[in-house]
Design a protein around this ligand. Structure first.
Ligand code: ATP
Ligand code: MG
Length: 289
């Protein structure tokens, strides 16, 4: 399929969303070829959308970190904006959860620690730059060839988010959405911590704790049910305690806390347990990174 750039050849579709499609492509650069990923956004309302998309692209073009999918360039073609980025070949954290579930297994704590450290490091990089991801969920955490996590899909992230644009108007699933966002409050760095806590919970147990609440098909009814359950101070993680060392349940309990001001912040998360601190610091001082 012709994406409108002579140096890019689409191989197959990797994913599909409300915005358009994500393609696996080969990019030619002189005699060299490499696999890249192209996210093609169809602009339904170019007048309003283009400025926002350009702002988004500017933000992601400024990011460079081992745990963030690398932006390469972008181009426009017949009503579409195409974002060329690094290709992460090993699927997503959703696939990891799926595989663990299918084998009735349990993720090893070493692997859990690796994933969590990657996620914390990527998030720390974003937050230091005043970027709130706002759509952290297993599908948006890709895995590279070395099984390292990379955040993708900054479709709704923004710098200094204006209060008038709330992501709950845009996102499909409320399963990872912080309660303050559902209640229409301003999105905060702590909202990403909530979502991260839920991803960790799901990596431990193979399911999202709010999953069963989504049975009603009416989206407003869904949101109402989830808010009802979340109106408890924190999540009960006893089930995790039975299967893993106490730190994993404790981490989830500190992250999935209803009130953002009582929710753990990223710097405290790094210091909460020596094994996490040690892992994070060994990465800081790894100059190959
Ligand atoms: P939106 O949430 O903005 O509607 P989306 O979630 O459908 O969009 P993405 O998350 O960017 O869009 O991509 C959809 C899927 O495509 C991902 O879950 C992943 O499976 C795949 N994908 C996206 N980017 C890459 C990439 N760089 N490398 C490999 N696979 C990717
Ligand atoms: Mg996505």
């Amino acid at each position: 399929m012709d994406l409108g750039d002579a140096n890019i050849r689409a191989l197959r579709v990797l994913g599909e969303g409300s915005f358009g499609r994500v393609f696996l492509c080969v990019e030619r650069n002189g005699p060299k070829e490499r696999k890249v990923c192209v996210k093609r956004i169809i602009m339904r309302n170019p007048k309003n959308q283009l400025r926002l998309i350009k702002e988004e692209i500017y933000i992601i073009s400024q990011l460079r970190h081992p745990h963030i999918v690398q932006f390469i360039r972008s181009f426009m073609h017949s009503g579409t904006v195409n974002i060329v980025m690094e290709y992460a070949p090993n699927g997503t954290i959703r696939d990891v959860i799926h595989t663990v579930n299918q084998s009735n297994g349990r993720l090893g704590e070493r692997r859990l620690l690796h994933y969590l450290s990657d996620m914390i490091l990527g998030l720390e990089y974003l937050h230091i730059r005043h970027v709130i991801h706002r759509d952290i969920k297993p599908e948006n955490m890709l895995l590279d060839a070395n099984d390292r996590v990379k955040y993708a899909d900054f479709g709704i992230s923004n710098v200094h988010v204006p209060a008038s644009q709330q992501p709950w108007q845009v996102i499909g699933t409320p399963l990872y959405m912080a309660p303050e966002i559902m209640c229409g409050a301003k999105c905060d760095f702590k909202s990403d911590i909530w979502s991260l806590g839920l991803v960790l919970y799901e990596l431990c147990l193979g399911r999202n704790p709010f999953q069963s609440l989504l049975r009603p098909t009416d989206p407003f009814e869904q949101v109402r049910c989830v808010v009802k359950v979340m109106a408890q101070p924190r999540l009960d993680c006893q089930v995790i305690r039975r299967r893993y060392k106490p730190i994993w349940a404790r981490l989830c309990e500190l992250m999935v806390v209803y009130k953002p001001e009582q929710r753990i912040c990223l710097p405290d998360l790094i210091c909460i347990d020596p094994c996490i601190t040690q892992m994070i610091y060994s990465r800081y001082f790894n100059y190959d990174y």
